[in-house]
Design a protein around this ligand. Structure first.
Ligand code: URA
Length: 244
C-alpha cells in the first residue's frame, strides 16, 4: 500500500513567511492592509488556512507556490551535508534554487563520501527516510584498505557491535564484488555506520559511495555536483511499505 505525502495547509501569515522573505509580522501587516488575495478575493484574516499550492497573490502578483520540494543530488567529495559550515562548502551551495536554506538533507553523508543525497523542505517526508522505525534501506558501494574476509557476510548479517554502541547493528547485506570491493545494504543510519562496521572487523573503508535510498536510485546521468527534482514515483516511494 502506498500513500501520498499529505498536502500542506498553512495559515495565511505562515504561508507568506514561507514563500517570501517577509517576516510573520510583515505578512500580518500586508494581510490586514488588504494587499493579499486568493482567487481574486482579498483575504484579511492572517489565520485563514490556505493549501500549500494555493494561488495567493500580493498586489495581484502571484507568489511562488509553497509546494514542498524534493531533489536528488550526486554529492562530490569535500562538500558537507549541513546548512552552513565555516570551513567547507555545503551541498546547498550546489543548488541553483530559490531559498536553498529552507531545504535540508534526508540522511547525511560524510564529507569524503560521494553519491546520492536527498534534499527537501518536507520534514514528514525526510522523517520517513531517517526514522529508525521505518527500516529504510540504503545501498553503498565501497572499497576497503584490506581484502574483505568472506566471513564478513555472516558477521554483518548477524550484526556487529560498534565501538561505544550498546546494541548490535541491524542485519545488513554484504555482497563482495572483488578482493577489496563490496556493496553493503543497511537499514540504519548510525554515525559513520559503514566505516565503523568495517572498523569493527579490523578493516578500513577508503572509498564510499551511496547508490540508493529505499527505492530511489542515484540517476546515472547526474555527474558529480549535479542534481534534479525527484519524479512523483520516486517521491511517493518513500511512503511505500516496501523499501527494497
Ligand atoms: N556510513 C559512513 O560511514 N559514512 C557515510 O557517509 C554514510 C554511511
Amino acid at each position: 500500500m502506498s500513500k501520498s505525502s499529505p498536502p500542506t495547509t498553512l495559515r495565511l501569515d505562515r504561508f507568506l513567511a514561507t514563500v517570501t522573505d517577509y517576516s510573520r509580522s510583515d505578512a500580518k501587516r500586508l494581510i490586514k492592509a488588504g494587499e493579499i488575495s486568493l482567487e481574486g478575493k482579498t483575504l484579511l484574516d492572517p489565520r485563514t488556512p490556505v493549501a500549500g499550492d494555493a494561488d495567493v497573490r500580493l498586489r495581484g502578483q502571484p507568489l511562488r507556490s509553497a509546494q514542498p520540494r524534493y531533489f536528488m543530488l550526486n554529492k562530490p567529495q569535500d562538500y558537507v551535508c549541513a546548512a552552513r559550515d565555516r570551513r567547507h562548502l555545503t551541498v546547498l551551495d550546489l543548488l541553483d534554487e530559490d531559498n536553498p536554506e529552507r531545504l535540508h538533507v534526508a540522511g547525511r553523508l560524510d564529507i569524503d563520501t560521494t553519491g546520492l543525497v536527498l534534499l527537501t523542505d518536507d520534514g514528514n517526508w525526510s522523517h520517513a527516510i531517517t526514522s529508525p522505525k521505518r527500516d529504510c534501506w540504503k545501498r553503498y558501494w565501497l572499497r576497503t584498505a584490506e581484502p574483505i574476509a568472506e566471513k564478513a557476510v555472516a558477521q554483518f548479517a548477524k550484526g556487529v557491535f560498534l565501538k561505544d554502541d550498546k546494541q548490535r547493528t541491524a542485519p545488513a547485506e554484504l555482497d563482495i564484488i572483488a578482493e577489496c570491493e563490496a556493496r553493503l545494504r543497511i537499514s540504519e543510519g548510525r554515525y559513520h555506520q559503514v566505516k565503523r562496521m568495517f572498523g569493527a572487523l579490523g578493516n578500513a573503508v577508503v572509498d564510499l559511495h551511496r547508490e540508493a535510498i529505499g527505492e530511489i536510485e542515484l540517476d546515472a546521468s547526474l555527474a558529480e555536483g549535479e542534481y534534479r527534482p525527484l519524479t512523483e514515483t520516486e517521491r511517493d516511494s518513500v511512503w511505500s511499505d516496501r523499501h527494497e
